[in-house]
Design a protein around this ligand. Structure first.
Ligand code: HEC
Length: 310
């Protein structure tokens, strides 16, 4: 007690704190619940209010690509860009040279050097654009993630570098009935100008299309079966795996080898195995084989081919 009779300042009883965890939890849940109710209630009220009003659509800009300009521009700069795009987007399935199937998928990706396109728009630049936009069949994805400029660039690269040397399948431009449907410059942004399923292919190219497709697939099946027979005919053979890999990348080479084997021409087959084919270098795994090994491999392959239908 102090001299002036006052009580020294002392703390009274602490105020009760609402700090029990259960209280906080209940409080927060209640707040969240209330906010949630307000949120959904507002949405429901908005919907109710908007009933009967026309749906809001983003204004469609007339921003379609200038197809004619993009189709015409096959300059080296465009082809170079297409080459880079090809490596990034297509090589995994079509092979680095456009003639392979490195991922072993079926249906087999198109061999751009030897096969015409199968889609009903044909093989012209706009047909390519549509395939690249929408995909084709079950195995070929669409590439809407690429800009229209890029889709044309990669198409031009493949067409000008790989398809053009083969006059049997190269067409410089789309057939007139397809060209008519190419959207005008600045047309609607939509890409659905042509329904692939509703356009008939030019009748004149139908037989060639069917033939090249069937022949390509049948040949590859025959080559694969042939190599498989050679593989199972005896103990491992130097070069056989390398031959198999090469054939996967160059189906045409496999077909030519098989033709030699069917003729029973082991010497010519050995030479072809060693030196490559049609300007293509041999597989490294084959080029290093000695004469005896090559001869042995060729003999085994000839034996495995006997009795297979030509
Ligand atoms: C995931 C694998 C895959 C990728 C990636 C791929 N393709 Fe294909 N592509 C295929 C397959 C499989 C086919 C054959 C489809 C069929 O015959 O049904 C095909 C077919 C095609 C065709 C032929 C269509 C026709 O009308 O016959 C073209 C052209 C084509 N691809 C271009 C490209 C280009 C260009 C790229 C890269 C931008 C690309 N592909 C990337 C798998 C692929």
């Amino acid at each position: 007690m102090s001299a002036d009779g006052h009580q020294p300042a002392s703390h009274g009883p602490e105020p009760r704190e609402f700090s029990h965890p259960a209280l906080w939890t209940i409080g927060l849940v209640a707040i969240i619940g209330a906010l949630g109710w307000v949120f959904f209630h507002q949405i429901a009220a908005g919907k109710e209010k908007a009933k009967g009003e026309p749906a809001y659509a983003l204004p469609r800009k007339a921003s379609g690509p200038d197809h004619q300009a993009l189709i015409a521009d096959r300059s080296p700069a465009v082809l170079d860009r297409g080459e880079v795009l090809y490596g990034k987007n297509c090589a995994s399935c079509h092979g680095p040279n456009g003639d392979g199937n490195p991922a072993n998928i079926t249906p087999v990706p198109r061999n751009f050097h030897t096969e015409a396109l199968k889609n009903p728009l044909g093989s012209g630049p706009y047909a390519w654009y549509e395939v690249l936009t929408k995909g084709y069949g079950t195995g070929m994805p669409g590439f809407r993630n690429l800009t229209p400029e890029d889709r044309y660039a990669v198409a031009h690269f493949i067409r000008e570098r790989w398809v053009k040397p083969n006059p049997a399948i190269y067409v410089e431009n789309d057939a007139p009935e397809v060209a008519k449907q190419i959207p005008a410059k600045g047309g609607a942004a939509g890409e659905v100008a042509v329904d692939l399923d509703k356009v008939a292919p030019p009748a004149a190219i139908l037989p060639a299309m069917a033939q090249s497709a069937d022949k390509g697939v049948a040949e590859q099946v025959a080559v694969a079966a042939w190599l498989q027979r050679a593989r199972t005919a005896g103990p491992g053979l130097a070069g056989l795996a390398a031959a198999g890999e090469l054939v996967e990348r160059q189906p045409g080479t496999g077909a030519r080898w098989l033709a030699l084997a069917r003729r029973g021409d082991a010497a010519a087959l050995a030479a072809a195995l060693a030196t490559g084919d049609g300007g293509m270098p041999a597989a490294p795994g084959l080029a290093i084989l000695g004469r005896d090994d090559l001869q042995h491999l060729a003999t085994r392959l000839v034996a495995a081919a006997s009795g297979t239908a030509p």
